[in-house]
Design a protein around this ligand. Structure first.
Ligand SMILES: *Cc1c(COP(=O)(O)O)cnc(C)c1O
Length: 493
């Protein structure tokens, strides 16, 4: 029934405790040539653990195999397509990892004097310049540690700027297709959030916008392309409407993977934006490691950028702390430097032409998937896709099958699920972002899997409703698992 399964993983690994048999050892030590001492006496009883019972005893090869097999349970971009939408889970060239580990870069210390940090500072300066060119903005800070942190920094810049004009204003407008971090950012920056509804093409309704923008509005936060994977065609007009009431336009640039080398936010009227280096410009994304959310601004916001700023002096680059209008610091030191190094390596290795090609391939791949699947899954907004496409489970729901069930079944076919139930404006969403990384072969396997599942839903929905079948653990009670996690193993009685 799952003949096309490409089983990337070995799913029947027991717990290490279950592999244990007394007396096995994973080490060989030479015979003791000094008198033995009692551990409690030598270290103090409080440092010697006594409460662990049934500690696993296994051989070296058993330990190695156990952990190696477990490592294959972790689905990764190195195994196959990782189609999460809104995340840009692209493959990151190993070269950039090698560059980030170059000794002088990996071991540079933030307290090193400026005279000994000129190379690192030049890397930061070169990346700022590259990002200015890519975004069409006037200045960049590399400090924020993630996209959401960039948003907060950017909205604090807007607040500082408006305050300098006499009134920070009260509200931020956010389309209903926005990422959840946008309203959170607005609230933390002390603004009320007003939602604006998208039209049936998944875009901002200009008439509605013109009605809601007034002198209380500090900014519109807009994601472009938005979370439906749709480019806001009227973006320049949107900016004009917002500016006409003295408000600012913040662009969430997390989806720049669809724009780089094609169009520039600075050219279509954006005042401030962030980039996710860990989505668009290398750095493995999704492993919970450090990210980077540089903020790019137009000239009028530049004086407010956080401290310190890189500045060219007579003896090279320096950090400028003498900026009285700055919003202050947003991060210790200078940003996540390793991510900055990877981003510059990625940009330089690709060059302008290469970056543009990556964008074109990302958009092509998303449209390929949309076209191949539109006969099988409902497409709530039919505008052309940029980097991702969003289907709904409306057809499958008639057989009682929901987006979560389809996602679980996809695991049996050897793929990581797509993003489930987001964006919220699409009921039962299946959000798919293939990225430029994937070959036609991999995309076809993915499409075949989703088509096979759509057929299963028609013929035998139980298979899908009870999926996954090929994993060690099936459906878990996610609420209880989150609220009352069982983190300790207890030996069976
Ligand atoms: C990922 C994402 C963010 C948040 O970025 P983090 O680096 O995860 O904080 C914000 N907006 C959009 C549209 C995103 O896709």
């Amino acid at each position: 029934m799952i003949s096309k399964v490409r089983s990337h993983v070995t799913q029947n690994e027991p717990l290490l405790f279950e592999l244990s048999s007394p007396g096995k050892k994973a080490y060989q030590l030479p015979e003791l040539d000094v008198p033995p001492v009692n551990a409690s006496k030598a270290l103090g009883a409080e440092h010697v653990r006594s409460e662990i019972e049934g500690f696993p005893e296994v051989s070296e090869v058993e330990a190695i195999r156990h952990f190696t097999r477990l490592s294959t349970w972790n689905y990764a971009i190195d195994l196959g397509l990782y189609p999460l939408g809104s995340c840009t889970m692209k493959y990151n060239p190993r070269l950039n990892e090698a560059v980030a580990r170059i000794e002088g870069l990996a071991w540079a210390h933030p307290y090193q004097p400026e005279s000994l940090s000129q190379g690192a500072m030049e890397i930061m300066s070169a990346l700022e310049s590259a990002l200015i060119e890519i975004t069409g903005m006037d200045a960049v800070t590399l400090q924020p540690a993630a996209g959401a942190h960039g948003e907060l920094t950017g909205i604090l810049l807007v607040r500082a700027y408006l305050e300098s004009l006499g009134n920070p204003r009260k509200k931020i407008l956010i389309p209903d297709s926005a990422h959840g971090t946008n309203p959170a950012t607005a609230a933390i920056a002390g603004y009320a959030v007003e939602n604006i509804k998208s039209n049936d093409r998944g875009m901002i309704d200009l008439e509605l916008l013109a009605r809601v923008v007034d002198e209380d509005v500090a900014a519109l936060m807009i994601t472009n392309p938005n979370t439906l994977g749709v480019f806001e065609e009227q973006i320049a007009r949107i900016a004009e409407i917002v500016h006409s009431k003295g408000a600012q336009v913040y662009m969430d640039g997390a989806n720049m993977n669809a724009l780089v080398g094609i169009t520039r936010p600075g050219d279509f009227g954006m005042d401030v934006m962030h980039l996710n280096l860990h989505k668009t410009f290398s750095t493995p994304h999704g492993g919970g490691g450090p990210g980077s959310g540089p903020v790019a601004v137009k000239k009028h916001l530049e004086p407010f950028l956080p401290l310190p700023r890189l500045k060219a002096g007579s003896s090279g680059l320096t950090f400028d702390y003498d900026r009285p209008r700055a919003i202050g610091r947003v991060k210790a030191f200078y940003g996540n430097f390793g991510v900055i190094v990877r981003a510059l390596a990625y940009i330089m290795a690709h060059g302008g032409e290469g970056l543009r090609n990556a964008t074109m391939d990302a958009v092509l791949n998303a449209n390929y998937i949309r076209k191949k699947l539109e006969g099988y899954y409902e497409l709530p907004h039919s505008a052309p896709s940029m980097h991702e496409c969003v289907f709904s489970d409306a057809r499958q729901a008639k057989q009682g099958v929901k987006t979560m069930d389809i996602a679980k079944r996809l695991i049996d076919y050897g793929f990581h699920p797509y993003t489930v139930s987001f964006p919220l404006i699409v009921h039962g969403a299946l959000m798919i972002e293939p990225t430029e990384t994937e070959s036609k072969r991999e995309l076809d396997l993915f499409v075949e899997a989703l088509i096979a599942i759509a057929k299963e839903v028609e013929e035998d929905p139980e298979i899908v409703l009870k999926a996954p079948h090929g994993t060690r653990t099936g459906r878990v009670d996610e609420v209880t698992a989150a609220r009352k996690p069982v983190l300790r193993w207890k030996p069976a009685d």
